[in-house]
Design a protein around this ligand. Structure first.
Ligand code: SF4
Length: 297
């Protein structure tokens, strides 16, 4: 019997992640003291949210530090999801070489938050408050401006006449709309900047479509990757046989027992070699004559 593996066309690295990795590799290739400044090459937090990809970058000489306090000299790479305004200022104060790999779409969200707050709008940030990207967006809001990050906060807000909404780039459109609805009930004036990136929307659309027709669905990516976790959530809501895994080592034959069609999708920070490893392992488990592998879009 023929078995099928369908992979979403958009699975894996997005534009911003490819760009951040290319910047990191190029920086590592130039070496530590190419510009006359001694010191290590480090990223402030992981460059992307995928432990295996970060490990490979470490092998190339790009270390990771968790706070500005750990940095004394050398080159510092700003990750794809950005850093806070205060961290950037602190780095500038230390005189280290800053290599900015912030995704331009994240920069756009930061700029909207800054401009809206300067124009007197309270700011609603749709996203995970503890995620580095959301922290970076919030840090660009002018001091003293009210900031809301939950629907409950928006619904309970008092004394606000106008509010601007910006979104973490990897959020779902449905979540944005629940904030928009709450804001429009509460505030006389609402401005919305849909800063969800197209790569995220496309990936979510393809993944939900595939989850609906596959017997079993695999979502590949770091457990620390917000966009991968969200993909797993939306696929799970459609297909209860959804597994979020980081690498092929987590696969077991029981996961595909009785299945004829396996769907595979991956977060924006999942490297191609991880996807290839999972496909190989699935083929190994399905010991049958015919296995078709094709893209789904
Ligand atoms: S998901 Fe979108 S916003 Fe985030 S890094 Fe990729 S391209 Fe940039």
């Amino acid at each position: 019997m023929t078995k099928k593996i369908l992979i979403t066309k958009s699975a894996g690295f997005c534009f911003g992640v490819k760009r951040a990795i290319a910047i990191a590799v190029e920086t590592a290739g130039k070496g530590e003291a190419e510009d006359g400044k001694e010191g290590p090459i480090q990223s402030l937090g992981p460059i992307i949210h995928n432990p295996q990809a970060v490990e490979r970058l470490q092998e190339k000489g790009v270390g990771v530090v968790e706070s500005v306090d750990e940095i004394a000299c050398g080159k510092v790479i700003i990750p794809s999801h950005g850093v806070t305004r205060s961290d950037r200022s602190a780095l500038e104060g230390k005189g280290v070489t800053i290599v900015d790999a912030t995704c331009p779409f994240v920069t756009k969200a930061q700029e909207h938050a800054k401009a809206l707050s300067r124009d007197g709008y309270a700011i609603v940030v749709v996203g995970e408050p503890d995620h580095p990207e959301v922290k970076s967006i919030i840090s660009y809001i002018e001091k003293g401006v009210p900031v809301f990050t939950t629907v409950a906060e928006v619904s309970a807000a008092k004394g606000v006449r106008k509010a601007g909404i910006v979104v973490q780039t990897t959020q779902t459109f449905d979540n944005l709309m629940s904030f928009v609805a709450a804001a429009m009930r509460r505030f006389p004036e609402v401005r919305v900047f849909n800063t969800i990136c197209n790569a995220t929307t496309l990936r979510q659309q393809e993944s939900t479509g595939l989850a609906g027709l596959a017997d079993v669905m695999f979502v590949l990516g770091g457990y620390n990757s917000a966009n991968t976790r969200r993909l797993a959530e939306i696929c799970k809501a459609i297909n209860s046989r959804t597994y979020h895994i980081e690498t092929e080592r987590e696969l077991s034959p029981s996961m595909i027992e009785g299945a004829s069609v396996a769907g595979v999708t991956a977060g924006a920070s999942t490297p191609p070699w991880i996807i290839a490893g999972v496909l190989d392992r699935l083929k190994e488990f399905w010991k049958c004559d015919r296995i078709e592998v094709s893209f789904y879009r």
